[in-house]
Design a protein around this ligand. Structure first.
Ligand code: ADP
Ligand code: MG
Length: 288
């Protein structure tokens, strides 16, 4: 019967680390035309590490890291955690009034002065990036790195570059989806250069430089041509997860993503999304 097939599909999923919140997502997964992935924390490990610190205004490197970590103290973003981890042994001053700007960065006050840590685009829009600074940013991005800018006193104070490795099963997941006739795409708020370097490596197309609202509109556009599954982990992805036909959260992501999602992949296995497509198709065959 229908309920029995669904129930056994759900429990088969649970045994394999696929948490499915009810029959509807289980039924829909197998009909997906597109699976859209967030990059950071979904296709990548989400554990970037700081590779370069480039002071722009004479601040010594440890001071750059201490200030940046103070601004990021309240943020759970993977980039924030990397900077905080690197600065922890240096002693981090307290910040007040921290504010997160989704897809852009964080602002806060340290020692009575306002600072921000965010994307080069955000720095460009707020304090500007003079002279050869944009070229320095681009050179780091061409190495597949994500660049963030510490700004303060109405100018850029330093660049920090971070690198995040793809998950070991990311490339295979992309190949599995193609074999199932599903189109994989990557959505990222990260810059186009770093996004394209990773997309080429993993074998899928990419839409880069997206703000959370852009991700949402892209999902809505894709849905006009068929069912869309979105896989994400970040707080920024909650609107895109909600706008897709099936939102899938990477386990270990934020609670917001888990709450918004229709399904979750436990054990940090992104390949679970291909398992979900197969499980859905097998379940629906049992019903018919
Ligand atoms: P992704 O789509 O790769 O998950 P996000 O949408 O989370 O990326 O962020 C997009 C960009 O905004 C980052 O690459 C970074 O430049 C900037 N950014 C967002 N949050 C932060 C933060 N807490 N600290 C520094 N930069 C941030
Ligand atoms: Mg993200």
């Amino acid at each position: 019967s229908v309920p029995a097939a669904i129930t056994s599909g759900l429990s088969a999923g649970a045994r394999h680390g696929l948490l499915i919140k009810g029959g509807a997502p289980l039924e829909t997964m197998g009909t997906a035309r597109v699976v859209a992935f967030d990059k950071t924390g979904t296709l990548t490990l989400g554990r970037p590490h700081v590779t370069d610190v480039v002071p722009l205004a004479g601040l010594p490197e440890p001071e750059v890291l201490r200030l940046a970590a103070a601004v990021e103290a309240g943020s759970s973003h993977p980039l924030a955690r990397a900077i905080i981890g690197r600065a922890a042994p240096l002693g981090v001053p307290a910040a007040t009034g921290a504010r997160a700007l989704a897809g852009r960065g964080v602002t806060a006050t340290v020692d009575g002065r306002p600072y921000a840590v965010g994307s080069p685009r955000f720095a460009q829009e707020t304090v500007g990036l003079p002279g050869n600074v944009p070229a320095q940013v681009q050179a780091l991005e061409a190495q597949g790195k994500t660049v963030v800018v510490l700004t303060g006193e109405d100018r850029p104070l330093a660049l920090m570059a971070l690198r995040d490795e793809p998950r070991p099963d990311a490339r295979d997941t992309v190949a599995q989806l193609r074999a199932l006739g599903v189109q994989p795409v990557m959505l990222t708020g990260d810059n186009a250069r770093a996004g394209q370097a990773m997309a080429r490596d993993l074998g899928l197309e990419v839409h880069a430089g997206l703000l959370p609202g852009d991700k949402l509109r892209l999902i809505e556009g894709l849905r006009r041509t068929g069912r869309v599954v979105m896989v994400g982990d970040g707080i920024n992805d909650a609107p895109a997860l909600a706008a897709s036909d099936v939102g899938v959260a990477m386990g270990g992501g934020t609670d917001v993503a888990l709450d918004t999602a229709d399904a979750a992949l436990l054990h940090h296995r992104v390949a679970g999304v291909a398992d979900l497509v197969r499980l859905s198709r097998a379940t629906m065959r049992n019903i018919r």
